[in-house]
Design a protein around this ligand. Structure first.
Ligand code: SAH
Length: 264
């Protein structure tokens, strides 16, 4: 993404209408953005700075901006359910993701979590059992972050183990999971991670969380903890300042643990 530059052919642009409906557009030579309120030729975007309001043939106004990662995740093509931005930020902190950190991620799904970790500078190997999801994730990641990211997906079942030679034998710093039975990955993660390494799992239900904690307790992992993240947006308009009436009450629980050296 070329922040600060005017729009050019090939750029992704988020187009927002007066009702806050959002459309993701990739600018093409001769392309047109069609809406119920007429159309906007892509040539009208090209050369404009971000933040420009464009008018469709009907006169309706559309705000245009390059999408942030959060905005892209919510508008990109999805195979599997994505981890929402509300949880992506905290996941980056729990897994302490930074430049050069080597991560095994499973399953990869649509690639939203991969993108957040790659944008923070990580090297990511993903295990995904579904070839179609793996293909969608690769397309999403490369279309938003470019082809230079350090990312690969292997079509395999993480319950069958983590390849000991992962990252060419340079060792594994993190295991980050978004799949139904993460307790089955505790033993493989114990073997693959170095001491101090971090295990993080995203789970939708608390029964799964309890089962994961049981497995962690019987392992060399310690400091296991679980959080959930509640985000409440506010309506702010003049003197009317109050929480919005609706909120997303639940997405998932985030569990993390560190691999320790057994105290004999
Ligand atoms: N975190 C992803 C969404 C993951 S959805 C995102 O933000 O986009 C869960 C994924 O786990 C699905 O794609 C499913 O196919 C995959 N999966 C389930 N069990 C698996 C296993 N044992 N090994 C590898 N992938 C698995």
């Amino acid at each position: 993404m070329r922040s600060g530059e005017p729009y050019a052919v090939g750029d992704k642009v988020l187009v927002i209408d007066s009702k806050d409906r959002r459309y993701l557009v990739t600018l093409r030579d001769g392309g047109e953005f069609h809406t119920h309120a007429g159309l906007i030729p892509h040539s009208l975007f090209v050369g404009q700075p971000e933040g420009t309001t464009l008018r469709a043939t009907s006169g309706a106004r559309y705000l245009t901006l390059r999408p942030t990662l959060s905005e892209f995740v919510l508008s990109m093509p999805r195979g599997a359910q994505v981890v929402y931005p509300k949880d992506l930020g905290p996941l980056l902190m729990l897994a302490d993701v930074h430049g050069g950190v080597r991560i095994l991620e499973a399953g990869v799904g649509s690639g939203a979590l991969s993108m957040a970790m790659l944008q923070a500078g990580a090297s990511v190997t993903g295990y995904e059992i579904r070839a179609d999801f793996a293909a969608t994730a690769l397309r999403n990641v490369h279309s938003f972050l470019g082809a230079e990211v350090d990312y690969r997906i292997e079509e395999r079942d993480v319950y069958e183990g983590i390849d000991g030679a992962i990252f060419d034998g340079h060792g594994l710093d993190r295991v980050v999971l978004d799949l139904p039975e993460p307790w089955r990955v505790v033993k493989p993660a114990e073997t693959a991670l170095h001491p101090g390494g971090i295990f993080v799992s995203y789970l939708p239900t608390i029964g799964q969380v309890a089962q994961l904690h049981e497995a962690l307790e019987e392992s060399a992992f310690g400091l296991a903890k679980t959080i959930e993240v509640l985000q409440r947006s506010w309506h702010v308009a003049g003197q009317s300042v109050r929480p919005d009436h609706r909120m997303v009450a639940h997405t998932g629980f985030l569990t993390s643990a560190r691999l320790l050296v057994p105290d004999s």
